[in-house]
Design a protein around this ligand. Structure first.
Ligand SMILES: NC(=O)c1ccc[n+]([C@@H]2O[C@H](COP(=O)([O-])OP(=O)(O)OC[C@H]3O[C@@H](n4cnc5c(N)ncnc54)[C@H](OP(=O)(O)O)[C@@H]3O)[C@@H](O)[C@H]2O)c1
Length: 263
């Protein structure tokens, strides 16, 4: 597909799982008019996105994506990065947004010189619903603007702190494990799975929604507000507190934070 000489706003190098989620979310935003250019890899995903959205154009090479973009998004896996950008020419002043986990902007900078500034971005799967946190570090204004409306933008100026929130995002699979454990327990009591599943997923969705809109000064009180003395909630929470559930969670986070090597 041809692409005119006009500067595109944002170009993706690597069109995998996370790029597809982000591009679809961007294109579904109300008022979205930015041009998006895509690298030819992944072949099937980039072709599909280009045919699904008028804003998206698939180009023939990574260099063409760089040449056409004001903001270049690095969206390959960490171990694919060096090979993907070897021999490519970035422009001075070109903005780079990196999805590469565990690799701070100060490590990306020399690889994309003379481009810069470089911002790290952590998209999570809920971005497809325009929900959840989106970490941007540091808050380069053009990057914040390009990703606005995809969730709750959380900016961090000190790149060393990104690691902390990356570790905090490692609660996702545990959350769904808890969801499944509750559903399984209900079905073991003889209730059909469809009913159990609707009940639990709706309950958790309601809790998350209340948790999100509760004013910050009332947040710490939420556990107490959701139990009555001697009631079922109190019995469950007290037992889990006594057994060290939440201490184990914090210790596990500490351990992951100390030992995680992501690239
Ligand atoms: N998945 C998540 O939830 C998530 C969340 C936060 C951050 N991240 C980060 O986002 C990045 C992408 O993750 P992902 O899950 O989307 O991975 P993925 O699905 O494997 O996507 C990687 C993409 O990079 C492409 N690619 C590989 N080598 C390339 C090259 N030389 N030139 C151009 N494109 C190339 C691949 O194309 P081919 O298919 O043709 O090989 C594929 O389209 C990773 O760095 C990861 O750390 C992911």
């Amino acid at each position: 597909m041809g692409h005119d000489a006009r500067m595109a706003s944002i170009g993706f190098l690597g069109v995998g799982t996370i790029s597809e989620a982000v591009v679809r979310a961007m294109c579904a935003r109300p008022g979205m008019s930015d041009d998006i250019v895509l690298s030819p890899r992944s072949d099937d995903r980039s072709r599909r996105l280009a045919s699904d959205f008028v804003q998206c154009t698939r180009l023939d090479s990574n260099q063409e994506v760089i040449d056409a973009s004001e903001i270049v998004v690095l969206a390959m896996r960490p171990q694919q990065l060096d090979e993907a950008i070897r021999g490519l020419n970035f422009r001075r002043g070109q903005i780079v947004a990196s999805f590469i986990a565990g690799t701070p902007p100060s490590d990306i900078g020399p690889l994309v010189a003379p481009a810069g500034p470089v911002s790290q971005i952590i998209p999570l799967p809920a971005i497809t619903l325009h929900r959840g946190p989106l970490v941007i570090s540091p808050a380069v204004p053009q990057v914040v603007e390009a990703f606005a409306g995809l969730g709750d933008v959380v900016t961090l100026e000190d790149e060393a702190t990104v690691r902390t929130l990356s570790c905090a995002s490692a609660i996702m699979s545990t959350y769904y494990e808890m969801q499944n454990a509750l559903i399984q327990w209900i079905t073991a009591q003889g209730i059909d799975e469809e009913t159990a599943s609707l009940y639990v997923r709706s309950e958790l969705e309601g809790l998350a929604a209340v948790g999100k809109v509760t004013p910050e000064e009332q947040r710490r009180g939420l556990p107490g507000e959701h139990q009555t003395r001697g009631g079922l909630n109190e019995r469950v929470r007290e037992r889990l507190l006594r057994e060290g559930w939440f201490d184990t969670l914090v210790e596990t986070m500490d351990q992951v934070h100390r030992t995680a090597t992501l690239r």
